[in-house]
Design a binder for this molecule. Structure first.
Ligand SMILES: *[C@@H]1O[C@H](CO)[C@@H](O)[C@H](O)[C@H]1NC(C)=O
Ligand SMILES: *[C@@H]1O[C@H](CO)[C@@H](O)[C@H](O)[C@H]1NC(C)=O
Length: 824
């Protein structure tokens, strides 16, 4: 028996790349089988490719066993035990083995190689048993296949070159050269493929990162890996590989501008949008989350707010152009990974005219003297406006209608000077309002008021409303009586206006005027220091000086004319007939006297004046009222009827002389009238005149002598007086008048031994002359030619009063112009 064993080891992995001609192989096996036929238990081995069609010849078994077909038939050759007998069929009639079922090597053997099955063919008569082994040769009937269509990778872009990414292996059920020989990867920049063989020879591939990924450039990569087997033709299988490049925070945020500029007005309210900064981060996801912040947060954090997320810068504080004209803010943008960029934001502020000018007075000279010359500096001040440009350009002005002006030598410095003469009496203080206005739009202005006081200079004298004041005072006034108040005005101020009234020290009638009147220095009240006697002086002119308290003082003179008014304080004085207490002088009326015969004339005077001196005469008592009448006005006593013999020789009349004052004063005079034709007759009647008889003869003589002497003396006096007056009163302004008119004649021999005597003392009359001789009130009265004058009691009293008054005046040494005229 021949056991033909053909071992043909076909090791796919040891004979790579070799392609065998199946037909050729088959013939070889056939020859080998034929050569190895033994007698009985021959072994036959066939090799057939897989996937042959049903009925395809596996081998000519009859031939190979060296049997003819008859034997086979007779021997009822048949396939007996064995595995996988379902794949072959013995066609005894032809002596061949054919494929009964399609043989799939991969199914039959899977990975096992070589793949074969064995069976026996048995023949009867005689029994022969033959082993037949059919080896199934692989055919490249499978393409490599990957377990998945697509493989996803998530690879961080930060993966370093050399990183490996397993692709696993593709599957190819074929064996040997038909199984996977090679992997290739589609064209790309980043990856290369490396293949490895596992134990058992399975090839697998891995991708090796060659060049770093960049998500920002290629966030996804699509690759195709192809597995290629070694069959003929080659088969391949693909797998798609999708690489998602995972972001790595490899990109810093980048500001799209390195400098942002914005402009904002300084008065913008809080919340005003300023600008938006923007930084972009090429990374994705959280890596691209950029947060913004100020670098120097502390400085400007309270003024500006930067939204961390949006990059919006808003105003959150108060801006002041005057403090900062621009802000340069460093900002930075950071992503989550801490990568960052910085930029600058320049915020320019625009000025708004929000600051009023300020006026600061550096020096202010108040008060200013009213006699300051023009251009006297009053104040120096400066103005300031912190705004910029026109908004800070300040113009100063003051009111127009005040006598001041502004000078500016230096920008923003002003000097306020006087522009005209000042007069405190007209305007005592000025409110100088300085207005500083800037040139903004709208303009802002501020004011400052300087209260300038004008200090007084004693430039106004006291002023009276009149230059001469006249006041009236009744004679016999109370000493100390205030008769007038002088009042002057002085427009100056305070001390300069404090007026003192000073009586000018002149003399009035030889006496200092201050002995008559006093002027209260403060109040100007004029007091009379003594009672005036109208009969002594009719008026007093005093000069009062009103003087202020300035330095030097200014003064004004005023004349106060005090006119003394008459009062009826003097009774009429009967000058004729002169009466003594007891003496009797009789007027002689011839019996042949006609009606209207002037018996005598009562002569009376009243030293008062006016009405007070207006005398009227009335017959008070008469022996025979029907015989005489008295002229009411002139005092003439006349007969009213024819004297008859029956009329008594001795007639006595009482005449009342009354002045017209209120109340009136009066004097009474008694007149003896003798109605007789001859003097002896008279004597016989007036027997009580005996003691005067011895003088009768000489009476006329004495009267004439006395009259002549008196006249002479008077003339002499007058001449002396006129001379003296002319000399001494040339400068005198005070007129001193008295109209004591009469120098009566008192015959010394009639001096009575009675009450008043014969005026034993020198009796003074004051005769005053005015400088104006035309107005002279002096009267010289000579009463002569009458026989006898007697002074009666009342007249003596009057004279005594007058004397007392004169003595009073003499005591005070008044009036040097008075001339004393002794009475003879
Ligand atoms: C000046 O201003 C003061 C205070 O406001 C005021 O009392 C005074 O009367 C003013 N004087 C003048 C002259 O306007
Ligand atoms: C006032 O009168 C006095 C003397 O009578 C004189 O010296 C002075 O100058 C006068 N003053 C004026 C202002 O008239």
């Amino acid at each position: 028996m021949f056991l033909i064993t053909v071992y043909r080891r076909i090791n796919c992995f040891q004979s790579q790349g070799q392609s065998l001609d199946l037909v050729f192989l088959w013939r070889v096996f056939f020859i080998m089988a034929a050569c190895s036929i033994s007698n009985i238990n021959a072994q036959i081995r066939y090799s057939v490719p897989e996937e042959m069609k049903k009925g395809s010849l596996i081998g000519n078994i009859a031939h190979d066993l060296g049997l003819d077909v008859q034997r086979l038939r007779s021997g009822r050759a048949r396939i007996v035990s064995g595995d996988s007998t379902e794949y072959v069929e013995l066609k005894s009639d032809k002596g061949i083995l054919v494929v009964k079922e399609r043989i799939d090597r991969e199914q039959l053997c899977a990975e096992t190689t070589p793949c074969s099955f064995t069976f026996e063919i048995i023949l009867d008569n005689p029994v022969e048993l033959h082993h037949v082994t059919v080896e199934i040769l692989d055919v490249n009937d499978h393409a490599p296949a990957f377990p998945k269509d697509i493989i996803h990778f998530e690879i961080s872009e930060s993966a370093t070159p050399g990183s490996r990414f397993q692709l696993g292996s593709a599957d190819d059920p074929d064996v040997g050269v038909n199984c996977i020989q090679n992997y290739i990867i589609s064209q790309n920049d980043n990856f290369v493929l490396k293949q490895h063989a596992r134990q058992g020879g399975v090839k697998y591939a891995e991708m090796v990162l060659q060049k770093p990924l960049d998500r920002e450039q290629d966030p996804r990569l699509f690759l195709i890996v192809t597995a290629i087997d070694g069959g003929n033709p080659r088969r391949s299988g693909n797998v798609k590989i999708e690489v998602n490049v995972l972001d790595a925070n490899d990109n810093a945020p980048v500001f799209n501008q390195s400098v942002y500029r914005a402009t904002i007005t300084e008065t913008s309210p809080i919340g005003t949008y300023i600008t938006t900064v923007n930084a972009s981060d090429a990374d994705s996801g959280t890596n691209s989350l950029v947060s913004y912040s100020f670098t120097n947060m502390k400085v400007i954090g309270h003024i500006f707010t930067l939204d961390e997320r949006t990059g919006v810068i808003t105003l959150s504080g108060i801006l002041d152009y005057e403090k900062a004209k621009k802000y340069e803010i460093d900002i930075e943008a950071k992503d989550q990974g801490g990568l960052g960029d910085s930029a600058k934001v320049i915020i320019d502020l625009t000025d708004v005219n929000d600051n009023t000018p300020t006026i600061s007075v550096m020096s202010f000279f108040t008060p200013v003297s009213e006699d300051s010359p023009p251009s006297t500096t009053i104040a120096i001040f400066s103005v300031k406006d912190v705004d910029a440009g026109d908004n800070g350009h300040v113009i100063c002005a003051i009111d127009r209608n005040i006598p001041f002006k502004l000078l500016s030598s230096l920008r923003n410095y002003y000097t306020l000077v006087t522009d005209a003469a000042l007069d405190r009496e007209r305007v005592a203080e000025y409110n100088i309002t300085i207005t500083a206005t800037d040139s903004g739009s709208p303009a802002l202005s501020s004011q400052k008021t300087l209260n300038l006081k004008v200090s007084d200079v004693n430039d106004n004298p006291p002023r009276f409303q009149k230059s001469v004041y006249t006041t009236y005072v009744n004679e016999n006034n109370q000493p100390g009586l205030s008769i007038f108040t002088l009042s002057a005005q002085d427009h100056d101020w305070n001390q300069n206006a404090r007026i003192s009234y000073l009586l000018d020290e002149t003399t009035v009638g030889g006496s200092p005027v201050s002995s008559f009147i006093s002027v209260n220095a403060d109040s100007g009240v004029v007091h009379v220091l003594r009672g005036f006697d109208y009969e002594q002086m009719k008026n007093v002119r005093v000069c009062v000086k009103a003087q202020d308290g300035g330095s030097p003082p200014l003064s004004t003179n005023v004349t106060l004319e005090i006119i003394i008014q008459d009062q009826n304080d003097n009774a009429p004085q009967v000058l004729y007939p002169v009466q003594t207490g007891a003496s009797v002088v009789a007027e002689i009326v011839p019996r042949a006297a006609e009606v209207g015969y002037l018996v005598t004339k009562v002569v009376a005077v009243d030293v008062d004046s006016g009405q007070n001196a207006w005398l009227s005469y009335k017959l008070q008592k008469a022996t025979d009222r029907a015989l005489f009448e008295v002229g009411l006005q002139n005092g003439e006593i006349r007969t009213v009827r024819q004297v008859t013999d029956k009329d008594a020789v001795k007639q006595k009349l009482t005449v009342v002389v009354e002045d017209n004052g209120k109340p009136s004063r009066s004097a009474v005079v008694s007149i003896n009238v003798a109605v007789a034709d001859s003097f002896p007759e008279v004597l016989s009647e007036f027997t009580d005149f005996t003691h005067e008889k011895q003088y009768d003869d000489n009476l006329t003589f004495y009267l004439v002598l006395a009259l002549a002497a008196v006249s002479f003396l008077f003339i002499t006096c007058v001449v002396v007086i006129i001379s003296v007056k002319v000399y001494r009163w040339r400068q005198s302004r005070f007129l001193y008048q008295s109209n004591l008119p009469v120098i009566p004649y008192y015959p010394p021999h009639y001096a009575d031994t009675g009450v008043t005597g014969t005026l034993p003392h020198g009796y003074n009359y004051e005769v005053c002359m005015t400088t104006d001789s035309r107005k002279s009130d002096c009267k010289f009265s000579t009463l002569g030619g009458q026989n006898v004058l007697m002074v009666d009691q009342s007249f003596a009293e009057t004279m005594q009063r007058a004397m007392k008054k004169n003595e009073l005046l003499e005591d005070s040494g008044e009036c040097p112009e008075m001339v004393r005229s002794p009475i003879i």
